[in-house]
Write a protein that binds this ligand. Structure first.
Ligand SMILES: *[C@@H]1O[C@H](CO)[C@@H](O)[C@H](O)[C@H]1NC(C)=O
Ligand SMILES: *[C@@H]1O[C@H](CO)[C@@H](O)[C@H](O)[C@H]1NC(C)=O
Ligand SMILES: *[C@@H]1O[C@H](CO)[C@@H](O)[C@H](O)[C@H]1NC(C)=O
Ligand SMILES: *[C@@H]1O[C@H](CO)[C@@H](O)[C@H](O)[C@H]1NC(C)=O
Ligand SMILES: *[C@@H]1O[C@H](CO)[C@@H](O)[C@H](O)[C@H]1NC(C)=O
Ligand SMILES: *[C@@H]1O[C@H](CO)[C@@H](O)[C@H](O)[C@H]1NC(C)=O
Ligand SMILES: *[C@@H]1O[C@H](CO)[C@@H](O)[C@H](O)[C@H]1NC(C)=O
Ligand SMILES: *[C@@H]1O[C@H](CO)[C@@H](O)[C@H](O)[C@H]1NC(C)=O
Length: 521
C-alpha cells in the first residue's frame, strides 16, 4: 500500500518534471513573447500605441548652415571657403492621425510634424542671424532650364534678375528664419516676358519648397516649411498583431506600394522597412544584418548595418550604422544603378559620385543629398573646397541603438546634407565661378528615449529576469521532487512527499522510521 503510494508520487513528480521542462523550454518563452507582442503591436490596447501615435517627447531637429566667407573670390574663380554656423535647434513634434485599419493587418495614418525653434538650445544663435549661402532656388532654376534648353539661359536669366530682385551673383545673404521656414519672397510681377515663363513653370511644377504668396504675385521659397504642420502620407503600416517580425513595415505610401520616381526598376522604388520610429524585436539567435527604413523625403528606402552588440543607459542594445554601400556609386553597388538619372548633367551618364543621391526625380529640384561634409562620399568632392569641409564619423554618421526585446529605439541620429551644383555658365553671374557640388546646409534629427521610459524598460527587464528565474526554478524543483521520490521508491517503507506534508527538508534529513506517523503529523 505504502510502496504503491510512493510509486504514484514518483510518477506524478516525473510528470511534473516533464511538464515543467516543456513549460520552461517552450511555454514560458511563448507566453512572454505573446505578452511582449501585446505591448508593442500597433493596437489601441497596447502599451506602446499612444507613444507611437503622439510622440511623448519631441525629437531634436538641428540645422547647420554653410556660411560662404569668400564670395568675391569665388566669383573670380577661386575655391570656396566655408564656415559652419549652427546648430539652429528646433523641437520636432510628431503626431499621427489614424485613418483606419486595412487588409493584411495594416493601419493607415497621416503623419504631422511641427517644428518649434528652441532658443535656449540654439543660443547664442538666433533665427535672425544672417548667413551668406548659395542661392539654392536660383541655381536650381538655372540648372533645370539649362538641362531642357541651354540656349534659353541668357534670355531667362533676364527674367530671373527681375524675379530675384537685385541679382549680382549666385549667393544670397539671408536671415536664417526666412531661408528655413518663413520663406524668401520671389516676385513674379515685371516686364520681362521670360519672367512670366519662369513663374508659369514654378506654378506647374510646384516643388515642395515653393509656396504661392498670399498676394498671388509671387512665391515664397523655403527649405523646410513644407514639412511643418502639413500632414504627409497616408502611410500603410503593418501592425504586427499577426506576425510581430513584420511590425512597423511600411507597405504603402500615398496609396501606392512603390515609389514611381525611379522608373519601373523593382529595386530602387521598393518600399522597404519601417518609418524609422518603430522596429520589430530583434531575434538574438538570428540578428538581422541590415535594418531598412523608408524615407519619403528622398523617395527611397535606405538601410543601416549591424555593427555590434553593446549597451547604453545600462541596457543591452544593438548598434546599427549607415554604411558606405547605402549611397554607393553604381560601380560599388550595382543595385544602385536605378538611382542614376540621365539629363541631370550633359557631361555624364546621370550616375553621381560615391555617396550622393540625386533628388531631381523625387523633389523636382536639382538638389543632391549626401552625408554631412560628404562623409562616406568620394574624396574627389573635397578637392573643390579651400576650407570648411571636414568629414568626421563622430559628427556626421547616422546610427541607431535598438533594445532587442521590444525593438524600441533607445537612441537614434539621422543626418543629411543638401547640396546644389554651382556651375559655370555664360551669364554675368556665373561667368567665372568654379563648377562643383556646393553644400547649403545639413540637418540632424535625433531622439533619445526619455529617463522615465528608460526606467520602465529596465523594470520590465528585471521582471523578465524573475520570469527566467521562476522558469528554471520550476525545473529545479521538479528535478528535486523526482530525485526524492526516486529515493523513496528505492527505500520502500518511507512515505512520499506528496500527501499534505510539505516539510520536505527535515524529511530528507531525518527520514521518519514510521511513515504513518509522518502522515498523521
Ligand atoms: C480600437 O481598435 C479597434 C480595431 O482594432 C476598433 O474597432 C476600435 O473602435 C478601437 N477603439 C478605440 C477606442 O479607438
Ligand atoms: C557669415 O559670414 C559672413 C562673411 O564672412 C560674416 O560677416 C557673418 O558674420 C557670418 N555669419 C554668421 C552668423 O556667423
Ligand atoms: C493582402 O495580401 C494578399 C496576399 O498576399 C494580396 O493578394 C492582397 O493584395 C493584399 N491586400 C492589400 C490591400 O495589400
Ligand atoms: C537670391 O535670392 C535673394 C533673395 O531674394 C536675392 O536677394 C538675391 O539677389 C539672390 N541671389 C543672387 C543670385 O544674387
Ligand atoms: C515696366 O515697364 C514700364 C515702362 O515700359 C516701366 O515704367 C516700369 O517701371 C517697368 N516695371 C518694372 C517692374 O520694371
Ligand atoms: C529590400 O529588403 C530586402 C530584404 O528584406 C533586400 O533583399 C532588398 O535588397 C531591399 N531592397 C531595397 C531597394 O532596399
Ligand atoms: C548604470 O548602473 C550603475 C550601477 O548600477 C549606476 O551607477 C549608473 O548610474 C547607471 N547609469 C545609468 C545611465 O542609469
Ligand atoms: C532626357 O532628355 C531628352 C531630350 O534631351 C528627353 O527626350 C527625355 O525624355 C529626357 N529624359 C528624362 C528622364 O527626363
Amino acid at each position: 500500500m505504502l510502496g504503491k503510494h510512493s510509486k504514484v508520487c514518483f510518477g506524478a513528480s516525473l510528470g511534473a518534471l516533464v511538464l515543467s521542462v516543456i513549460l520552461a523550454a517552450w511555454g514560458f518563452p511563448k507566453i512572454v513573447d505573446k505578452q511582449i507582442q501585446k505591448n508593442i503591436q500597433i493596437d489601441n490596447s497596447s502599451k506602446m500605441f499612444e507613444k507611437w501615435r503622439v510622440l511623448p517627447m519631441p525629437l531634436q531637429f538641428k540645422i547647420t548652415m554653410f556660411n560662404v566667407t569668400n564670395v568675391e573670390e569665388i566669383n573670380k574663380g577661386r575655391r570656396p571657403q566655408l564656415a559652419e554656423v549652427g546648430p539652429f535647434v528646433y523641437k520636432e513634434y510628431r503626431e499621427r492621425t489614424i485613418l483606419g485599419y486595412g487588409e493584411n493587418d495594416t493601419v493607415k495614418y497621416m503623419l504631422k510634424k511641427t517644428f518649434i525653434f528652441d532658443a535656449e538650445a540654439s543660443a547664442p544663435l538666433t533665427e535672425d542671424d544672417v548667413v551668406t549661402v548659395i542661392n539654392f532656388s536660383y541655381m536650381a532654376a538655372l540648372l533645370t532650364v539649362n538641362d531642357m534648353m541651354p540656349s534659353l539661359i541668357p534670355t531667362l536669366n533676364k527674367g530671373f534678375e527681375e524675379l530675384y530682385s537685385g541679382l549680382t551673383d549666385a549667393f544670397m545673404t539671408v536671415k536664417v528664419r526666412d531661408l528655413l521656414f518663413d520663406g524668401i519672397y520671389l516676385n513674379c510681377v515685371g516686364n520681362q516676358s521670360s519672367l512670366g515663363l519662369i513663374c508659369a513653370q514654378i506654378k506647374a511644377d510646384m516643388p515642395p519648397t515653393m509656396r504661392l504668396a498670399e498676394d498671388g504675385n509671387g512665391f515664397y521659397f523655403s527649405m523646410f516649411s513644407h514639412l511643418n504642420t502639413t500632414p504627409t502620407g497616408p502611410y500603410d503600416m503593418v501592425r504586427g498583431t499577426e506576425d510581430i517580425t513584420e511590425l512597423g513595415h511600411i507597405v504603402g505610401y500615398k496609396d501606392k506600394n512603390r515609389m514611381s520616381a525611379w522608373g519601373s526598376d523593382p529595386y530602387c522604388g521598393k518600399l522597404n522597412g519601417s518609418d524609422g520610429s518603430i522596429f520589430p524585436p530583434i531575434d538574438e539567435k538570428n540578428v538581422p544584418a541590415r535594418l531598412y527604413t523608408f524615407q519619403p523625403d528622398i523617395c527611397r528606402s535606405i538601410y543601416i548595418s549591424f555593427v555590434e552588440k553593446t549597451s547604453i543607459f545600462n541596457m543591452s542594445a544593438y548598434y546599427y550604422e549607415l554604411s558606405e554601400s547605402a549611397f554607393a556609386a553604381k560601380s560599388a553597388n550595382p543595385n544602385n544603378r536605378c538611382f542614376c538619372k540621365k539629363n541631370w548633367s550633359a557631361n555624364h551618364d546621370g550616375c553621381l559620385l560615391m555617396g550622393l543621391l540625386n533628388l531631381m526625380p523625387c523633389q523636382k529640384a536639382p538638389a543632391i543629398v549626401s552625408m554631412p561634409h560628404f562623409y562616406l562620399a568620394s574624396e574627389e568632392l573635397l578637392d573643390y573646397f579651400n576650407s570648411g569641409i571636414n568629414p568626421d564619423k563622430e559628427k556626421h554618421s547616422t546610427y541607431i541603438y535598438i533594445e532587442p526585446i521590444t525593438g524600441v529605439v533607445l537612441k537614434g541620429v539621422q543626418r543629411l546634407q543638401f547640396n546644389v551644383e554651382l556651375r559655370q555658365m555664360n551669364i554675368p553671374q556665373l561667368e567665372k565661378v568654379p563648377t562643383g557640388l556646393f553644400p547649403l546646409l545639413w540637418i540632424e534629427e535625433s531622439a533619445v528615449i526619455p529617463e522615465h521610459l528608460q526606467a520602465e524598460l529596465r523594470e520590465s527587464h528585471s521582471l523578465l529576469g524573475y520570469v527566467e528565474i521562476v522558469r528554471w526554478g520550476l525545473v529545479a524543483v521538479a528535478i528535486a521532487a523526482l530525485a526524492i521520490s526516486a529515493y523513496l521508491v528505492t527505500k520502500t517503507g518511507a512515505l512520499p512527499i506528496c500527501p499534505r506534508n510539505n516539510n520536505t527538508v527535515s524529511f530528507v534529513l531525518r527520514p521518519a522510521p514510521n511513515g504513518i506517523e509522518v502522515n498523521k503529523g
